[in-house]
Design a protein around this ligand. Structure first.
Ligand SMILES: N[C@@H](CCC(=O)N[C@@H](CS)C(=O)NCC(=O)O)C(=O)O
Length: 222
């Protein structure tokens, strides 16, 4: 099966799929697009005009990172998803929770003013607190077994690590389990190789181009 991921290099949803593809040692190619100026072919094939897409054998278009990840997992045994339907359904719920955490983070980064920054920051931290309370002893979300939930959260935890070093939205010791989880994830080659080496610079340049309070706080410019 030929796999081609349609990507934008700063997108955390794309990164969730890249982590999965790398972790599962899948053979895949990447086609980068500029989301500011998406090519016509992309708009034609992407039902929601969003990345990632996974092109399978050239012409079948999979969309939505969570769906792409389950498919990649299914075709590259052994599966990361639990066999037990209840455990699998719970994981799916937490993958969706991870999507909300990404949205929270995006809203913090792009908050237009100080009031919005504080409000969305509060929401983001409250959601992380709930996640912290749900985590067990690790090292992974489900304990000893790495799962698609781990692949999902790598992107958002990586960005919080970058953002908090520039301006603490929360302190690492506020969420010790999340911090331990991120440490374990950050040591995986599949996570380290899932982003451009200059992700931080690129992310800050992107924020500066957008402007606003979030950009000023993290990237030092209005
Ligand atoms: N639920 C989608 C979200 C993907 C998403 O929002 N991608 C963003 C980039 S990070 C995008 O393509 N945005 C373009 C747009 O909304 O027009 C997934 O998990 O794949």
């Amino acid at each position: 099966m030929q796999l081609k991921l349609v990507s934008f290099d700063l997108c955390p949803y794309v990164q969730r799929s890249v982590v999965t593809l790398l972790y599962k040692n899948a053979d895949f190619q990447v086609a980068y697009i500029d989301l500011q100026d998406p090519p016509e072919w992309f708009l034609e094939i992407s039902p929601l005009s969003k990345v990632p897409l996974l092109l399978v054998d050239g012409d079948t278009v999979l969309f939505e990172s969570a769906v792409i990840n389950e498919f990649v997992d299914d075709i590259t045994p052994p599966r990361l998803q639990p066999e037990d339907p209840l455990a699998r359904a719970l994981d799916r719920g937490w993958v969706e929770y991870g999507s909300q955490c990404i949205m929270d983070q995006y809203r913090v980064m792009t908050a237009p003013d100080a009031a919005a920054f504080e409000e969305v920051g509060h929401t983001a931290v409250a959601r992380l607190a709930r996640l912290e309370n749900h985590l067990g002893e690790g090292p992974w979300f489900n304990g000893e077994r790495f799962s698609l939930v781990d692949a999902t959260f790598a992107a958002v935890l990586m960005r919080w690590d970058i953002l908090n070093r520039r301006h603490p939205v929360f302190e690492p010791d506020q969420f010790p389990r999340l911090e331990r989880w991120w440490k374990a994830l950050s040591e995986l080659p599949a996570v380290r190789e899932s982003v451009p080496a200059d992700l931080e610079e690129k992310l800050m340049a992107y924020l500066r181009r957008r402007g606003g309070h979030g950009a000023a706080v993290f990237a030092g410019q209005n």
